[in-house]
Design a protein around this ligand. Sequence first.
Ligand code: ZN
Length: 148
Amino acid sequence: MSELRELYQQVILDHNKSPRNFRKIEDATADTEGFNPLCGDHIHLYLSMDGDRIDDVAFEGSGCAISKASASLMTSLLKGKTTEEADTLFDQFHGLLTTDVDPDLESLGKLAVFAGVREFPTRVKCATLAWHTLKAALAGQDNPVTTE
Ligand code: ZN
C-alpha cells in the first residue's frame, strides 16, 4: 500500500506542478467560480458545451496542491463526456472521498489517486471544490460556489 501511496502522491504533485487545461476559454458557454475559504482555494472553471457534450473545459485559479491537481485531473477526464457521464463521475468521485464503500477503481481511473484524501476531512473540500464548481457550471449557475 505504501508504494501505491507514493505513486498517488507523485501524480498529485505532477498535476500541481504542471496543471493540465490551466487556461481561460475565451468563448466559454458557461463559467463559474468556486471558493474553499477553509484552505484559500479558488477556481474559475470554464466550459464550452456542444449541446449536451463537453467540448472543452479549462480552469484558472490558485490553491493547494490537492485542489489544483483535482481540477487538473477532472478537466482532463471530462473532455468529450456528456452531462450525464460527468454527473456519474461526480457521484463516483464524491463517493470515493466521503464513504467507506470500496470504490470502483477501474471506472475511477486516475481519480483513484485521491483515495487517501478521505482520511483528512478538511482536505476533502480541497479535492471536491473543482467538482462542485463543475456541477454548478453545468447547471448554468453563475454565482460563485463555496464549500462552506
Ligand atoms: Zn486546499
